[in-house]
Design a protein around this ligand. Sequence first.
Ligand code: KG4
Ligand code: ZN
Length: 381
Amino acid sequence: MLFAKSGKKALGPCEPRIIVTRGKIAKNLWHAIILPCLLWVYPMRILGIESSCDETGVALIDSEQGLLAHALYSQVAEHAEYGGVVPELASRDHVRKLMPLIREVIANAKANPGDIDAVSYTAGPGLVGALLVGAMAARAIAWSWGVPAIPIHHMEGHLLAPMLEDPRPEFPFLALLVSGGHTMLVHVEAVGRYSVLGESLDDAVGEAFDKTAKLLGLGYPGGPALASLAEQGSLDRFAFPRPMTDRPGLDFSFSGLKTYALNTMEKLDGGAQDKADVARAFEQAVVETLLIKCRRALRETGLRRLVVAGGVGANKRLREGLQTMVRKEKAEVYFPRMEFCTDNGAMIALAGLIRYEAGARGEATFAVRPRWPLDELREPA
Ligand code: KG4
Ligand code: ZN
């Protein structure tokens, strides 16, 4: 039973349904009665490993007590001088940092490897070399401990991250996933039942932040740097477009906003105030575009819960704007805490725990998937 001792409401990975077939009755009995009893007697512990891009994340989670320990190493400083992530450097750094982080997490949790029931790891999408480091390490450790290794979709990790918080969102909900590689609106019925309602046709929103920050001469990663420069900017000077909000649908397009920022800058002297004003106008355009699409998706689906995840979910103005919007829509919004908006091991451990509790045991063969559509995922076994 997830986090029963932490005082959080238990989470049902597969909500019991009344279906009149023998197989389904047995499955429902398993999930509704037998599994919770077993978990009560034997809590489960999962070690989660994240290595899809430029952060090495490790966490240990317990089905009764919640998150026991987590640790993160960010490679930002290594990549900053190149203005973006260098895949080969990322892989090498994961090799250096992963084992020390695993030892640190197990020690901080005061756990023994013998108490760990499975190892979950990010199997995609992401940089192939970086994914391979985490996958090989996870599978080797799991093999040596005699436990399963469970592959996890990175965006499923982000999407479930708000379930590490209290209160935890209940299914079904609408998820806004906004990271460096993805911008998606997803109808989430249950774990593994995802329908993508809209996504970016070009740049992901985090990518647009990073590219615009670069042309403003800001360092990598650009999102937080641009957001902090925007604090000194004025909203009255430039009116940036709100792309694709003038037509029906839930898709996004952010590459035009970056070009708009470039064209605006070319007409100016490029002084500090110019840059701050462009940053402010860009950020406002992104935030309002996301707000309009989220409101539209809530109205069209009738869903009343919005979950926001991914690195851009750390943006202060986006968080404030969404809070105001959902209040007017009589809905609720759920965010992970700031440190779990960006990549981390806790979300991969949680996704691993939910899938393991539902019966997932990984496979003998495996492949990492640099590209992996979210709606190819299925409910846990
Ligand atoms: O989820 P994440 O850590 O990694 C991916 O899976 O991509 O997201 C990283 C992205 C980067 O593009 C970064 O610039 C952006 O999230 N980001 C932000 C903020 N913090 C991180 N963008 C805008 N405002 C922020 N405060
Ligand atoms: Zn991510």
